[in-house]
Design a binder for this molecule. Structure first.
Ligand code: SUG
Length: 448
């Protein structure tokens, strides 16, 4: 049976703004309070989805969330009508209003961890929504994420959904951004690679000194258990705490894998040799030949990687077995990175081509091509069981583009977030979106 990697990209929501909310994420910190352009952000994302679809890749779309999140503000004690809740929060606690307006759900690599059916004990595709518990503005995403994923992958014969892990730092879980799967073919058993930043219960693992390590070993192990993965099909590795302290807040800022290939920076991991040996032997057991591609620090520094987002790229398999790397424009702007990429694609290795995309609006908050997509490996039968409303087609691209043109503002600052009119605009846009994507009622304003 045929199988595919389907990339579901997060559609940027109408409140996209630069709130400076993510300590440890260099771009979010340095662009704090700049004015954003939600319309451009959404169109940049849609252009990437369309381009990948046109290249013959399977492409889907994941809906944004209801923002401002008035219900979250009510839980923090702001009362009255919806407009009053927003006005009171703006007056008394602007940072909380900003957090409740973040369009951060666009980075769907953090929406969930997904294990394909070939790896799981019950033969279903498993999803665990990420609790994103390290940052308040992201911790409020998972209930709606679960409803949206449930509406996209509704067929219980093929899809199993797990609620987010307990919402405490000891189980901090950031989803697929710290998870990679290696396999020979998408429909065959693979090896799932979980990268954690610290251990909550075992002091033998070092922690970063400056910035938070968002993913714990205990969270990764819990997800592997929930998904019914076998010991032989899993490898755990620790991120180098020193790179977390340089702004590598997720593993997908310093490594990306696909098929039998791991493209990573020399400084990405602790105990790299042991990790490579374990990956190699476990991948061999499922019939594959592991191909690590290490980028030396002498060619690209960690700082170059953080600024250019070289590793936050999409590594895609082409029909002839070679691979294509989708990188952000910022890679072309960095001479060392761009030279490295020219050498890489010209070397006759597995990565043959690089394609560049302008995702500046998302990049300025620390979200590159890989952050914007959730990978779901599906066989033909499972793909047919996905809600067809969320699979990208030329007509869907047209209607989403027109929907963005109709509903989105082209400028957003902190003052705009305090405008109660914005809430009404967002709700009417999202109401229409659920009809376009055939999701049914998934937003709090539609179900309460
Ligand atoms: O969680 N930025 C996101 C970026 C997530 C990137 N995802 C992956 N690497 N997979 C984060 O730090 C910034 C929001 C703001 O500051 O307005 C933000 O949430």
């Amino acid at each position: 049976m045929k199988s595919y990697e389907v990339n579901f990209d997060g559609l940027v929501g109408p409140t996209h703004n630069y709130g400076g909310l993510s300590y440890g994420n260099v771009a979010s910190q340095s662009n704090s309070q700049q004015s954003s352009n939600p319309k451009e952000a959404a169109l940049q994302g849609l252009a990437k989805m369309k381009a990948l679809m046109d290249m013959g890749f399977q492409q889907g779309v994941l809906a944004p969330q209801e923002r401002p999140d008035v219900a979250a503000l009510r839980r923090l004690g702001f009362a009255g009508s919806d407009a009053q809740v927003i006005q009171r929060a703006a007056k008394e606690a602007m940072p909380l209003l900003v957090a409740s307006c973040s369009a951060s759900s666009m980075w769907v690599a953090n929406a969930a961890t997904v294990s394909p059916s070939a790896d799981t004990a019950d033969g279903r595709v498993h999803f665990t929504a990420a609790n994103l518990n390290c940052k308040y503005h992201r911790s409020i995403e998972h209930p709606t994420t679960s409803r949206v994923l449930g509406a996209m992958f509704a067929d219980q014969q093929h899809f199993a959904h797990h609620a987010a892990l307990p919402a405490v730092a000891q189980f901090g879980d950031e989803g697929a951004a710290n998870h990679t799967r290696f396999c020979r073919a998408y429909g065959e058993a693979g090896v799932e690679f979980f990268v954690f930043g610290r251990s909550a219960f075992d002091s033998r693992y070092p922690s970063p000194q400056k910035y938070p390590a968002r993913q714990t070993l205990e969270a990764s192990r819990a997800v592997a258990r929930l998904h019914g993965l076998s010991e032989e099909g899993v490898v755990y590795a620790q991120q180098n705490p020193a790179v977390i302290d340089q702004g590598v807040f997720h593993n997908d800022v310093i490594a990306v894998g696909n098929g039998e290939v791991l493209f990573y920076h020399e400084d990405a991991f602790l105990d790299t040799d042991r990790m490579l040996a374990e990956l190699s032997s476990k991948i061999a057991k499922v019939g594959g030949k592991f191909q690590p591609v290490c980028v030396p620090r002498s060619a690209v520094t960690v700082d170059d990687a953080v600024r250019s987002y070289l590793f936050n790229s999409q590594l895609l398999s082409r029909a002839d077995g070679s691979m294509l790397l989708i990188v952000p424009e910022e890679c072309r702007g960095n001479e060392r990175v761009w030279n490295y990429l020219q050498g890489l694609t010209g070397s006759g290795g597995v990565i043959r081509e690089v394609k560049v995309f302008d995702l500046k609006q998302s990049m300025q908050n620390g979200g590159g091509p890989a952050c914007l997509r959730l990978r779901v490996a599906l066989n033909e039968t499972e793909l047919a069981a996905v809600n067809p409303g969320v699979i990208m087609t030329a007509p869907l691209y047209e209607s989403l583009t027109q929907w963005v043109e109709r509903h989105y503002r082209d400028r957003m600052t902190e003052n705009d977030l305090a405008d109660p009119q914005l809430l009404l605009e967002c709700r009417s846009a999202l109401d229409e979106l659920t009809q376009i994507l055939k999701l049914g009622a998934v937003y709090p304003f539609q179900i309460n």
